[in-house]
Design a protein around this ligand. Structure first.
Ligand SMILES: Nc1nc2c(ncn2[C@@H]2O[C@H](COP(=O)(O)OP(=O)(O)O)[C@@H](O)[C@H]2O)c(=O)[nH]1
Ligand SMILES: [Mg+2]
Ligand SMILES: [Zn+2]
Length: 352
């Protein structure tokens, strides 16, 4: 992803950016030895753990593939460093790619540069300010299941949030052992597939090879209602995932905060998983009307086609969206979702 983005820059732009970064590093040079390339694998507040990698040009998956599992005992070389960050950098998060230096005496690192991000996941903090939680994620796995009973509206919300973040979604219908022959959830999943979303049906103790194939070499997060089976799936993909998170946190003396850290773990077949309670809250907060419209991709041909500019698409005369729903060109359920989310957004704007 980083490479693709770079190619879009002109050579001149690239040189200018490199010059800026180099200058910043010269200024910040702590005199603590070589410049290293890194991947942030844990962040908790201002404390960060950085996995040293070979080069800036590698993808995160390529970089991780070369490393021995840091949680395996017997690995001799130290490759994970506890770091703090320069105050002139933006708030850094798990998944970020950085340049850093290590003080050989204290074994503490200083992050001196942040490489361009391909994506950034955010969530509101307790003061309703937007807070970054993970960077460079390239796939969001939205999990739902027969139990707890899913809300299609919630799935639509997640999809809007994925669009807003500019990250593709994979819709997973889990706990397939609970599905009946002609389960309406199968129809629901097929509808999303029909809209162009990638979908998968599975059960945690079943064949996960299709899921593994879709995650390979990507940096992914799992989102979805509590109880749908995210942790179970994560543990099936990464044996002892919880234990590994604990080991990494304890090694860094962040142990007491394990439950609130955001951690990156390598996927055994390539790629990485970023997880935290904060990430699981992704997509459930206030969305803007603009983001909501953009998140309903099948409605694009009808936006702006209604007779009245301020049409609310609730059966006003000449409403292009209502007509499309009546003619079966869009799903009435999705139009209802769109209206409901827009109402909610307008209501929130009024009260805030
Ligand atoms: N029937 C069934 N239950 C599952 C499956 N996967 C997980 N569960 C159960 O669903 C419950 C919630 O799972 P958990 O992984 O904690 O969900 P999370 O809250 O999304 O992390 C647990 O009791 C799991 O044992 C599955 O494939 N089928
Ligand atoms: Mg869980
Ligand atoms: Zn309309």
């Amino acid at each position: 992803m980083a490479l693709i983005r770079k190619r879009r820059l002109t050579n001149q732009q690239t040189r200018r950016i490199e010059a800026q970064q180099t200058r910043r590093i010269d200024e910040e040079d702590t005199g603590d030895g070589e410049l290293r390339e890194g991947l942030i694998i844990v962040h908790y507040g201002r404390q960060l753990l950085v996995q040293q990698i070979d080069s800036e040009s590698e993808t995160t998956a390529e970089a991780l593939a070369k490393l021995t599992d840091p949680t395996q005992t017997g690995s001799t070389e130290k490759t994970i460093w506890r770091c703090h960050t320069r105050t002139n950098l933006p708030m850094l998060v798990t998944g970020d790619r950085v340049r850093f230096q290590v003080n050989e005496n204290t074994e503490l690192g200083v992050i001196t540069a942040l490489h361009p991000r391909t994506s950034l996941l955010t969530r509101p903090d307790r003061y309703h300010k937007v807070k970054p939680v993970a960077a460079n994620v390239d796939l969001i796995v939205v999990v739902f299941a027969a139990l707890p009973i899913p809300s299609p509206l919630l799935i639509d919300r997640y999809l809007v949030a994925c669009h807003q973040a500019g990250i593709p979604a994979l819709l997973v219908l889990g706990k397939s052992d609970l599905l009946t022959e002609d389960d309406e959830l199968k129809t629901l999943l097929a509808e999303y597939h029909g809209l162009g979303y990638d979908t998968l049906t599975l059960q945690t103790d079943g064949d996960l090879s299709d899921l593994i194939a879709k995650l390979t070499d990507k940096t992914v997060v799992f989102v979805g209602q509590s109880g749908v089976g995210k942790s179970s799936l994560i543990n099936a993909l990464i044996p002892d995932a919880n234990l590994k998170v604990n080991i990494i946190s304890e090694n860094s003396a962040l142990g007491q905060h394990t439950t609130t850290t955001t951690t990156l773990l390598p996927l055994p077949n390539g790629g990485a998983l970023i997880d935290s309670p904060g990430i699981r809250e992704f997509g459930v907060w206030h969305l803007t009307v603009d983001a909501i419209r953009q998140g309903f991709i099948e409605m694009y041909p009808y936006y702006g086609m209604c007779r009245f500019r301020n049409c609310l698409h609730k059966n006003e005369p000449g409403c292009a969206l209502s007509a499309a729903a009546a003619e079966g060109k869009v799903l009435p359920r999705r139009l209802a979702s769109l209206n409901r989310l827009e109402d909610e957004a307008r209501e929130a704007d009024k009260t805030s």
